[in-house]
Design a protein. Sequence first.
Length: 105
Amino acid sequence: MSRPACERYSLDQPPQSPPPGGDTARQAGQAAEARLRATAHSYTEGTPLELRLLIVEDHFTRGVGWDLFTPTSPACQVSCRTRLTAYYSSPLPLAETIARILDAG
């Protein structure tokens, strides 16, 4: 039984054999997520902002190729996108919070 390259695997049931290039794609995805998380956390340094909620979403779709005039779906092509949404709060009034954020640069 083969699994799609983009399928999420549970921790208790790892895939029997990873898809070709799966390790490279997984490492690239983990590195991108780490960069996004570091960016979200950097906003709390030197500002009154407190990170309250961080949502990381991975979106995978099949790639689309073109065969002269008609779109085709190549089986080996996948489009991946990672989206980060961060929610912050501040104990200070809004005007002072904005002023401190602008002062921090």
